[in-house]
Design a binder for this molecule. Structure first.
Ligand code: BGC
Length: 759
C-alpha cells in the first residue's frame, strides 16, 4: 500500500512537471521540437548544409563541386538547408519552390548573402561609417540595406564583420569598425539592430551574422588567411567584446573564421563556440562556417581528411557547413559509426530551424521574394539621400592649413585631378553586393553639381592607378610607367586657384584577399602630387582608401587632406558637401594612421612596456624605432572641423568609488569658432597599476554633440564596473582596486586628465 501511494505520488509529480514544461515551452520550441521529431538523420544533416549558387561564387570552388543538375536534385531531396549568392526575387522564389514543393518536409531554405555596406544603394565602407562615430547612422544604413536585400529574396546577411582590426596591411580592415573594441561594440550592436529591426519576422528585416569568430583580423603580418597567435588577455579584452555585444543585441547567427588561434582552427574550437558563445553568453542562434573553413581544417594540418574535419567542426560547435561538403558527405556516417553523437546534430538543426521560424519562413516561405517591391522600393531617392548623409558624416578632415577648406565662394577656378577624380566605380567599395558598376557619383560630378556655371572646373586624370584587369578575382597591376597624363594635369593645376587631388586606393586594393605589404600610395600618385605641387601649393588631397595609408610627404606638404574612404553611391555629392562647407566635417579616425608600414600594427591602446620612451633624453635602450618616431601620422580618434572646440578641465563627482560604485565625469566643450559644428567627445581610462598590465588608454565612452558657434555644452559620462574592469587571461571579468586616470578630449592624444581611485 505504502509502495502504491509512493508510486501514485511519483506519477502525479511527473504529470505535473510534464504539463509545466509543456506550458513553459514556447510556441517556437514546440514547433521546432515537433518538426525535429519528424526528421530522418539525412534530413537533419541537410539542414546543416549550405551551397552557393553556381552563378556567383565568393570563394574558391570546393573539390567535387556539384553541377547544376546535382544541386537541383539535392534541393529536391531536402539535402540543402541554405543557399548563398542566390539573388533576386525570381531566383530565390524558384529555388525556394524547388525545396518546398519537392522535399519530403518542405522546410524552406534560408538565403544568405554578403550585404556588407549596402545592397543596391551603397553606403560608405564599414570602416568609413565607423569614422562617423555615430552608430545611429550604421543602424540606418543597415536597415536600408536589409530592406533592399529582403525584397530581393535575401533573408540573411553575412554582416556585420565585427573583427577588431589593428593592422592596416590586412585587406579586410575596411570591413570592420576599426581598432577599438568599445567603438566596435557600439557599431556591432547598431548594425545588428539595423539589419534585424525590432522583429525578425518583419518582411523588411533580415538575420544578421557576427563574423568572423574569432581573431581573424590578427592574421600574422596582416596577410589575409594567415595564422593567428594571440594571448588570452588580448583575446578577451580586444577581440571578443564586439562579438559579445552582438549577442547582447540578439544577433541571429555567427560565422566562424578561416584562421587558427595558437594552432587550433577556430571552426573546431569548442572553447569559443560551445563554452563561451553558446554557453556563457547564452547565444541561441546558429553558427555557420566560413567558406570551406571546415575543409580547410585539413589544409591547416589539423585533420587527416574531410571526414575528420567534419567531426572536429561539429564537435567544436559549427552548426552549418558553408561549401565544404564535409557535413553532407560524412555526418551520417560519423553518427552511424558512433563517432559523433546524434544529439550534436539535433542541437545544430534546432538552432537552424529556430532562426527560420523567427524569420517567419514557415508561415510564408516566399515572403521575401516580392517582384513588385523589388521594382519599386530599390535604390530610391530616400535611400540615396541617406547614403549621402552617412557618407558626409564619415569623412575625416586630417589637415586644413590656413583654412584652405571649405573652398571659398570667391574661388572661381578649381582643378579636379587624379586617377580617382572621375572614378565612378571605386567609391562603391569592395563588398558592393548588387550595385551597378560605375554607378557612384564621382568627385568631379559632385564638384560640378555643387558649383554651377560660375566656377571653372579644370579636370585632368593625371595618371591611371592601375593597368590590366581590375575586378574581384584578378590581382591589380599598378601603373608605374605611363605619365602621359601628367602634362594636362600640371596645366589644369596651373590655371586654377585650388586643386582637388583625388588620390588613394582602388576599391579592389582592400577587401578579402587584398592585403598589402606596402601601404603607401601605389603607382605614380606620389609623383603626380610632387609635379602638381611645383606649380600650385593650394592642394586639397581628397583621399579615397579602404585602409589607413602611409602618406608622410603628403601629410607635410598638402594644404588640406580629406579622408573620404570609399564613400558609396552618393560619394561625390557628399565630398562636395564637405569641400564647399555645406556640411562641417565631424568624422574622427576609428583607426590609427601610421607614418610607414614598419609601424604596423600600430594602435592607440598599447601597453606602456618596461622601457617607454620619454623618460630621459636617451633613445637607445628604450622601446622605440631608431629611424622613425613611435607616434603615428594621425592618431586614433583624430579629425578636424571647420570650427574649433575648447575643452574645460574635467571634474569628477567623487575621487574614490567602490568596485561596484559609479563615478560621474563632467566636461564642458565650447565652440570657439564662427560656425556650428559637431564634436565627438571621447573618454578614455587607464588602470594605472593592475595585476595584468593595462593599456595606456582605453576608450570607455563617447558622444557626438552639435555645438553652435560660441556655445558651451556640458557633458557627463558615467563610469561603472562595466567600464572599469577587464578580463583576466582566464576569461574572468574583474574590477581591481587602485588608481585610475581618466582622460577626455577630441582625440586619443589631446586630452584633459584627472585621477580617481577604486577601493
Ligand atoms: C568570407 C566571408 C563571406 C563568405 C561568403 C568568405 O570568403 O570570408 O566573410 O561571408 O566568403 O561570401
Amino acid at each position: 500500500m505504502k509502495h502504491f501511494s509512493l508510486l501514485m505520488l511519483f506519477v502525479a509529480l511527473l504529470l505535473v512537471s510534464c504539463s509545466q514544461s509543456q506550458k513553459s515551452m514556447s510556441e517556437e520550441d514546440r514547433f521546432v521540437e515537433e518538426l525535429l521529431a519528424k526528421m530522418t538523420l539525412a534530413e537533419k544533416v541537410g539542414q546543416l548544409n549550405q551551397y552557393t549558387s553556381r552563378w556567383e561564387m565568393t570563394g574558391p570552388a570546393p573539390k567535387g563541386n556539384a553541377g547544376a543538375q546535382d544541386l537541383l536534385d539535392q534541393l529536391k531531396e531536402g539535402k540543402v538547408g541554405s543557399m548563398l549568392n542566390v539573388n533576386g526575387a525570381e531566383a530565390t522564389r524558384k529555388a525556394q519552390q524547388t525545396v518546398v514543393e519537392n522535399s519530403r518536409l518542405g522546410i524552406p531554405l534560408i538565403f544568405g548573402y554578403d550585404v556588407i555596406h549596402g545592397y543596391k544603394t551603397m553606403f560608405p565602407i564599414p570602416l568609413g561609417e565607423a569614422a562617423s562615430w555615430n552608430p545611429e547612422l550604421a543602424r540606418l544604413s543597415s536597415e536600408i540595406a536589409a530592406k533592399e536585400a529582403a525584397i530581393s529574396g535575401i533573408n540573411w546577411t553575412f554582416a556585420p564583420m565585427v573583427d577588431v582590426g589593428r593592422d592596416a596591411r590586412w585587406g579586410r580592415v575596411m570591413e570592420g569598425a576599426g581598432e577599438d573594441p568599445y567603438l566596435g561594440s557600439a557599431f556591432a550592436k547598431a548594425r545588428v539592430h539595423g539589419f534585424q529591426g525590432d522583429d525578425l519576422s518583419d518582411e523588411f528585416s533580415i538575420a544578421a551574422c557576427a563574423k568572423h569568430f574569432a581573431g581573424y583580423a590578427f592574421s600574422e603580418s596582416g596577410r589575409d588567411y594567415n595564422s593567428v597567435e594571440i594571448g588570452s588577455e588580448t583575446l578577451h579584452n580586444i577581440v571578443l567584446p564586439p562579438f559579445k555585444a552582438a549577442v547582447e543585441g540578439d544577433v541571429a547567427t555567427f560565422m566562424n573564421g578561416f584562421n587558427t588561434i595558437n594552432g587550433e582552427p577556430v571552426t573546431a574550437s569548442s572553447y569559443l563556440q560551445r563554452d563561451l558563445l553558446k554557453g556563457k553568453w547564452g547565444f541561441d542562434g546558429f553558427v555557420v562556417s566560413d567558406w570551406n573553413s571546415i575543409g580547410e581544417i585539413e589544409t591547416h594540418g589539423a585533420s587527416a581528411n574531410l571526414k575528420e574535419s567534419a567531426e572536429r567542426a561539429i564537435k567544436g560547435g559549427s552548426d552549418m557547413d558553408m561549401e565544404a561538403r564535409a557535413y553532407i558527405t560524412h555526418l551520417e556516417e560519423l553518427v552511424t559509426e558512433g563517432k559523433v553523437d546524434e544529439a550534436l546534430i539535433d542541437e545544430g538543426v534546432r538552432r537552424v530551424l529556430r532562426i527560420k521560424y523567427r524569420l517567419g519562413l514557415f508561415d510564408d516561405p516566399y515572403k521575401y521574394c516580392n517582384v513588385e517591391n523589388e521594382k519599386n522600393m530599390m535604390y530610391t531617392d530616400e535611400h540615396r539621400a541617406a547614403a549621402r548623409k552617412v557618407a558626409r558624416e564619415s569623412m575625416v578632415l586630417l589637415k586644413n592649413n590656413k583654412q584652405l577648406l571649405p573652398i571659398s565662394e570667391k574661388v572661381k577656378s578649381i582643378a579636379v585631378i587624379g586617377p580617382l577624380a572621375n572614378d565612378k566605380d571605386s567609391p562603391l567599395g569592395n563588398w558592393r553586393a548588387k550595385a551597378d558598376s560605375h554607378s557612384a557619383v564621382s568627385l568631379l560630378e559632385g564638384v560640378k553639381a555643387a558649383v554651377g556655371q560660375s566656377v571653372k572646373v579644370n579636370y585632368a586624370e593625371g595618371c591611371k592607378l592601375s593597368i590590366g584587369p581590375r575586378n574581384f578575382t584578378d590581382r591589380m597591376i599598378f601603373n608605374e610607367t605611363d605619365r602621359s597624363g601628367f602634362k594636362a594635369a600640371i596645366s589644369a593645376a596651373r590655371q586654377s586657384e585650388v586643386v582637388l587631388l583625388a588620390l588613394g586606393e582602388d576599391c579592389y586594393q582592400s577587401g578579402e584577399g587584398r592585403s598589402m605589404s606596402d601601404i603607401t600610395l601605389k603607382g605614380l600618385q606620389q609623383e603626380l602630387f610632387d609635379e602638381i605641387y611645383k606649380v600650385n601649393k593650394n592642394i586639397v588631397v581628397v583621399l579615397m582608401t579602404g585602409r589607413p595609408v602611409a602618406i608622410p610627404e603628403i601629410a607635410e606638404k598638402a594644404g588640406a587632406i580629406l579622408e573620404t574612404w570609399h564613400a558609396g553611391t552618393e560619394g561625390g555629392h557628399a565630398m562636395a558637401d564637405v569641400l564647399f562647407g555645406k556640411y562641417n566635417p565631424s568624422g574622427k579616425l576609428p583607426v590609427t594612421f601610421p607614418r610607414n608600414v614598419g609601424q604596423c600594427p600600430i594602435f592607440y591602446n598599447y601597453k606602456n612596456t618596461g622601457r617607454p620612451i620619454g623618460q630621459t633624453d636617451a633613445w637607445v635602450l628604450y622601446s622605440c624605432y631608431n629611424d622613425t618616431p613611435n607616434s603615428p601620422q594621425f592618431p586614433f580618434g583624430y579629425g578636424l572641423s571647420y570650427t574649433q572646440f575648447e575643452y574645460s578641465d574635467i571634474t569628477l563627482d567623487k575621487n574614490t568609488i567602490t568596485k561596484v560604485g559609479e563615478l560621474t565625469v563632467n566636461v564642458s566643450v565650447t565652440n570657439t569658432g564662427s560656425v556650428d559644428g559637431e564634436e565627438v567627445v571621447q573618454l578614455y581610462i587607464q588602470d594605472i597599476a593592475a595585476t595584468y598590465a593595462r593599456p595606456v588608454k582605453e576608450l570607455k565612452g563617447f558622444e557626438k554633440v552639435m555645438i553652435k558657434a560660441g556655445e558651451t555644452k556640458t557633458l557627463s559620462f558615467k563610469l561603472t564596473e562595466t567600464e572599469l574592469g577587464y578580463y583576466f587571461p582566464c576569461g574572468t571579468y574583474t574590477v581591481e582596486a587602485g588608481q585610475f586616470n581618466v582622460f577626455v578630449g577630441g582625440n586619443s592624444v589631446d586630452v584633459k586628465q584627472a585621477q580617481f581611485s577604486i577601493e
